[in-house]
Design a protein around this ligand. Structure first.
Ligand SMILES: Cc1ncc(COP(=O)(O)O)c(C=O)c1O
Length: 465
């Protein structure tokens, strides 16, 4: 075993070497730019990180998690409410999706059954659900449901009247996942070039159109001109990778209305927004739930303990026989973890408090970070515990150094790519720091997170002089 000393202490040189070698054994998906740190232990919001390089190599740092696990660890690390769920989940077998399981029944009943937690939005009489292993897989199933809705399974041809609907509308700057079916839904060249593009010819081809997110006028115009060619719209209610972009009030409801008027399926990608915005679902406004045909949730749904996603679709949407069978669709263990975690979030009102605490967090970030370093940061945006600070071009140029300084100052935040260049004369959008702490973070934790971001930024500025 690697012996981990108390924070401030140093690892034995041989143990540090093992961590370096371990890092090198994992494929690097960051083009050589991975942060040289290893997490050796964690509890709640606190992660013990070891730098692998530099003067402090091997020293154990205590780091506050302000965005960890790509915003999936809503309960932080090692939460007690998950311990019994692990045991029960394991004891209740491992059936596949063909057979029912007690754990799955309990979960789905609690969510979609009469009086269920989400039954106002997704009543079981009108919606059904499927589980996948990741957000990307969930979105693949959503896309598959869209395509199958235009296919006549008996005649093995395009459904009568749907032949011309071969376009999916997506948004500039969107992120839906890496897998083959999803890459065409990303408008950025860096993500697409060199990879197969979809065939667009009739009868089964697929076209993708892109609009700038949150802009009312292009949306109206597009539906008026091209609405009859659309099969579906796929939207993140708050764009994540584009830099935490919150659409103007009324935009999402109008989008849902346009989809209904034009017979177009609305797919909400809530993989990232799920449970973060002061609501379980970000497709919500002051009138209540905004209706969708398909909603995909993920990340926090696995409670930071497992990778999972769920596709909630109208009952009339399904795939051909055996078309979406998956080894791990809503396994008992996954269901037990979800059920325990969701119940805890609801009972402790952690979802609700994220709304008002998020407002305070953004105020602090604005005052203590953006206003304090106007040459580095443009603005704070967000809702609940899903927040971003857009960098200036100058800060974006020093991103790697900034990330190091923040970690060494005891806070872990992630960075989103930014939407880059957008159409319709909209301004360029630079990368954004994502501050999406686990929901267990209270007021005092948020205050400490902001302090450390400020301190890390100060050190970044100092080091650059
Ligand atoms: C909005 C959104 N959709 C889909 C995905 C893909 O999820 P996963 O990484 O679990 O495949 C992500 C991941 O960051 C995401 O942010």
């Amino acid at each position: 075993m690697v012996k981990v000393p108390a924070p401030g202490g140093r690892l034995e040189p041989a143990d540090l070497e093992r961590l370096r070698a371990g890092q090198a054994l994992q494929m690097d998906h960051y083009g050589g730019g991975r942060l040289p740190f290893t997490c050796v232990q964690a509890r709640g919001l606190v992660q013990q990180m070891v730098p692998l390089e530099g003067e402090d190599a091997g020293r154990v740092l205590e780091v506050l998690d302000a965005s960890g696990g790509y915003a999936s660890a809503c309960l932080g690390a090692g939460h007690a409410c998950l311990q019994p769920a692990f045991r029960e989940g394991l004891e209740r077998g491992y059936v596949t999706d063909e057979l029912g399981s007690l754990e799955r029944t309990l979960l789905l009943e609690e969510l979609f059954g009469p009086g269920g937690r989400w039954a106002d939005r997704f009543p079981g009489s009108a919606y059904h659900a499927s589980g996948r292993n990741s957000g990307s897989e969930g979105l693949e199933l959503a896309l598959r449901l869209v395509l199958e809705s235009g296919f006549d399974r008996r005649r093995l041809t395009a459904k009568a009247g749907r032949e011309a609907r071969r376009t999916v509308l997506a948004f500039e700057g969107a992120w839906h996942g890496w897998t083959g079916g999803l890459v065409p839904l990303l408008n950025r060249r860096h993500y697409r070039l060199g990879l197969p593009a979809p065939v667009s010819e009739a009868p089964f081809g697929l076209d993708v159109a892109f609009l700038p997110f949150g802009e009312q006028e292009p949306l109206e115009r597009y539906f008026a001109l091209e609405g009859s060619k659309l099969s579906a719209v796929i939207v993140e209610p708050i764009q994540g990778d584009a830099g935490i972009l919150v659409p103007p009030p009324g935009y999402l409801r109008r989008l849902a209305g346009l989809c209904r008027e034009h017979g177009v399926l609305l797919v909400a990608d809530e993989v990232l927004t799920f449970a973060k915005t002061g609501q379980f679902f970000a497709m919500t406004d002051e009138e209540g739930p905004i209706p969708t045909d398909i909603t995909v949730i993920g990340k926090s749904l696995g409670m930071g303990a497992v990778s999972t996603s769920m596709v909630i679709a109208r009952r009339e949407l399904s795939v051909r026989s055996s078309g979406a069978v998956s080894t791990s669709d809503l396994r008992p263990l996954t269901c037990a973890l979800m059920r325990s975690g969701l119940r805890y979030l609801a009972e402790e009102r952690l979802i609700e408090r994220a709304g008002p605490l998020g407002v305070e967090l953004r105020e602090r970030l604005h005052r203590d970070v953006v206003e304090a370093f106007p040459e580095l940061f443009l603005e704070v945006r967000g809702l609940g515990y899903m927040n971003g600070i857009e960098l200036t071009e100058r800060a974006a140029g020093g991103l790697s150094r900034l990330r190091h300084q923040l970690l060494e100052s005891g806070v872990f935040v992630e960075f989103m790519a930014g939407a880059g260049r957008r159409s319709h004369g909209l301004r360029y959008m630079f990368p954004a720091m994502r501050i999406a702490p686990p929901l267990i973070a209270g007021e005092e934790d948020l205050r400490r997170i902001v302090e450390r971001i400020r301190e890390g930024t100060r050190r970044f500025v100092e080091a650059g002089r």
